[in-house]
Write a protein that binds this ligand. Structure first.
Ligand code: NOJ
Length: 716
């Protein structure tokens, strides 16, 4: 650093986007390569490919100090091989599989010259109107924290310095998922207790897992934009949590503090952001334009710049870029990794595990549920709906399309066709578009159904209806898709509905009237194969919802770990003088943690190592889980606790542990958990994290609505 001029130091804090891909409002301000040559750029986002990153790096090597560029990219759920959207992966509750997915994404991206991904997004969200729920792990802090850790480990592999490891980035710090009204970029306002208890722990988990970077967020929180928030970035992140990685702003968020009305001009915004602990400026050009003058005028101490530059350079050193700036930009490695078949296998495995079976009722005529499909030699299947032959939609938002996607991405049609060899017995009708009111395809859809024995309908959102800047005020199935399903049910043929979406949707008529419903989210490159595996019973679904599904938008925000009021509701019918709506049951359509299997599980005999413990002691919990159905199956055994009375109101229940177990038909397994003082603790009024004596209820089961429970006391 002592060899660098102030100009060169400030250059290291400047991150620009390439013009190849845009993930935000592009600023066209002239020739960027000259600035690289002059040492005025420290990092680039949106430059992909070994060849492109190499040629830009060559320009950086012409700068006076020859400091290599850091190439960043939103590698959110796969790079070349697209994995399920993160919310879908969260439905697997399978931490090893999630880590593997991130590992593969990192190795593919690293092979294309990328050093740094802007993932994982660890924002907790309780509002499915917010389009970015697709990018996170859902509503729960405990599950979200474990997934944050798994993803960081996956991206960073054996550690920076390996050529297949890239820097992870926990984002968006903080509380971005609590945007009012579910409107992207909107204000958040919440108590400090809620911030610490619900929104910060996944970031802390990422930091403890060694995350290399943290991105701040667009929102203000309690009146202070996160980007200029000293409490968040200095007191908590770099102070209390001792985070020694790099903090990057979100796209333009330093300059946007002027729009917030928090900074008077760009110089003021740059000053506030750097003082508050934002090290790198993504796309505002505020640092590169203002910091030199601010230091010269002694408004910002040079030591503050030095600290930020140090964080940037450290990462470049750790990545090995000072030894070899081109070590990631290796075209032969890129080629080798491009079509690795093990990546496709992992993507299919992850996709199967992400699927959630919402309903599979007994069909009287058949004497069994419709799924898994019972296919005889003569069975004819109608595949109907606007998404049956969709290709790129399967990739979902935050993914890359490659020129050979039409061959590589497995559509539902292709997946079923491969499995159901007698493709002459497969009949297709689109029925309608995803949006709009054109019913002209209904007649053909009805015909297809009438000629078949089973109808599979594929409906949902388009792949780009969720994601950044994709908030929706209505989350019903778009267009006339529900009407299409009604038409098909009216034919009297057995109907299975598949719903693809990047968020929980509302589909009450389908939920009430269709016997089998499968939620398939966006599953990536292997989508069609994975769905066919589930439909035909080669994979028994085990996904569990990572977000509560509301009955209608009016229930939002909706989440399982709410606080009781003084007038709690007792059931869905009684709304007299209790906390309830008069026109709607209080319960959600599907609760957090819910998901069916082709088999059934029974929970019996919860045992505790003690009925009473002293605070500070641990308690062992055992439960017997039996597979009481016909198929081998995986079950996510979930443990929730309730602190019955405390110095602050506590949630009705909170997830504190889970285990995914495989059970053969008829098999019983004893599943064991250990609860320590940590699981009983919460953030007190003064933000101390501590447990209190008293009664605890404990619930175990296959969803947050389980009623299998027991209690214990914790004594002082
Ligand atoms: C804005 C998004 O909020 C952030 O998550 C993303 O990483 C950046 N744009 C870069 O694309």
């Amino acid at each position: 650093m002592s060899l660098m001029t102030l100009e060169e130091k400030v250059g290291q804090l400047n991150q620009l986007s390439s013009d190849f891909i845009s993930t935000g409002p592009i600023t066209c301000d002239g020739e960027k390569q000259d600035r690289v040559r002059q040492g005025k750029v420290g990092s680039y986002l949106n430059v992909t490919g070994a060849a492109r990153t190499r040629s830009l790096q060559e320009i950086a090597m012409q700068s006076r100090r020859k400091i290599p560029l850091l190439f960043a990219q939103d590698v959110i759920h796969g790079y070349r091989t697209i994995f399920p959207i993160p919310l879908a992966e969260a439905a697997s509750w399978d931490l090893a599989a999630i880590e593997r997915s991130a590992r593969i994404a990192a190795s593919e991206a690293a092979g294309s010259g990328i050093h740094w991904t802007f993932a994982p997004m660890v924002d907790i969200s309780r509002d499915p109107r917010w389009g970015r729920v697709m990018e996170g792990a859902g509503e729960d802090t405990y599950l979200g924290s474990l997934i944050a850790e798994a993803r960081v480990k996956g991206f960073q592999g054996k550690g920076l310095g390996q050529v297949d490891a890239i820097m992870a980035c926990a984002k968006h710090f903080a509380a971005y998922g609590a945007a009012e009204g579910g409107r992207d970029y909107n204000t958040t306002d919440m108590s400090m207790r809620r911030l610490h208890e619900v929104y910060l722990p996944p970031f802390k988990a990422a930091v403890e897992a060694g995350v290399s970077s943290v991105m701040n967020s667009f929102n203000d929180i309690n009146g202070i934009p996160a980007t200029g928030n000293t409490y968040l970035q200095r007191t908590i992140l770099k102070g209390k949590w001792n985070f020694n990685g790099l903090v990057v702003s979100d796209w333009g968020s330093i300059g946007e503090m002027i729009n917030h009305g928090y900074a008077t001009d760009t110089a003021d915004a740059a000053k506030r952001a750097i003082i508050a602990g934002s090290d790198m400026d993504m796309e505002s050009r505020a640092y590169v334009g203002q910091l030199i003058e601010l230091v010269k005028r002694k408004i910002v101490p040079e030591s503050v710049i030095d600290e930020a530059v140090c964080r940037v350079l450290n990462k470049k050193f750790e990545l090995g870029l000072f030894d070899d700036p081109y070590r990631f930009s290796d075209e032969s490695r890129e080629k080798a990794i491009w079509n690795d078949p093990t990546h496709l296998e992992a993507a299919r495995d992850m996709a199967k595990k992400s699927i959630v079976l919402l309903k599979n009722d007994l069909v009287k005529k058949l004497g069994k549920p419709l799924l898994p499909l019972d296919v005889f030699g003569s069975t004819k299947i109608a595949l109907v709906g606007p998404l049956v032959k969709a290709i790129s939609d399967n990739n979902g938002f935050w993914s890359y399309s490659w020129p050979d996607d039409s061959v590589r991405v497995v559509s539902l049609w292709k997946g079923v066709e491969r499995k159901f060899k007698a493709s002459k017995d497969l009949i297709y009708a689109k029925g309608c578009e995803l949006e709009g009111a054109d019913t002209s395809g209904f007649a053909a859809a009805r015909q297809a159904a009438l000629k078949s024995d089973i109808v599979i309908v594929s409906v949902g959102e388009s792949g780009s209806m969720s994601g950044e800047a994709k908030s929706r005020s209505e989350i019903h199935l778009p267009g006339i898709q529900e009407q299409l399903v009604k038409e098909l049910v009216a034919t009297g043929k057995p109907v299975v509905v598949l719903i693809s979406a990047g968020r929980p949707l509302v589909f009450n008529w389908i939920a009430d009237n269709v016997p089998s419903i499968v939620y398939t989210w966006w599953l990536g490159t292997e989508a069609g194969n994975a769905i066919a595996d589930v439909l035909f019973g080669d994979h028994n679904p085990s996904g569990k919802l990572p977000m509560t599904f509301p009955r209608t938008e009016g229930q939002i925000p909706i989440y399982y770990n709410y606080f009781n009021t003084g007038r709690p509701f007792k059931n869905d019918k009684d709304f007299n003088y209790v906390t309830a709506y008069t026109d709607l049951p209080n319960s959600p359509r599907y609760p957090f943690g819910y998901g069916l299997s082709y088999t059934t599980f029974e929970y019996r005999n919860i045992r505790l190592s003690a009925d009473t413990i002293n605070l500070g002691e641990s308690i062992k919990v055992k439960v017997n889980v039996t597979n009481s159905g016909k198929y081998v199956g995986d079950e996510v055994v979930q443990l929730y606790i309730q602190d019955v009375a405390a110095s602050l109101v506590r949630p009705v229940r909170e997830l504190k542990a889970f285990k995914k177990v495989r059970l053969m038909s008829g098999e019983t397994k004893e599943v064991e958990f250990l609860l320590t003082e940590k699981e009983l603790s919460f953030f007190q009024e003064d933000l101390r994290f501590a447990a209190e004596p008293g009664l605890f209820n404990l619930f175990i089961g296959g969803s947050s609505h389980t009623s299998v429970h027991t209690s214990f006391y914790a004594k002082e």
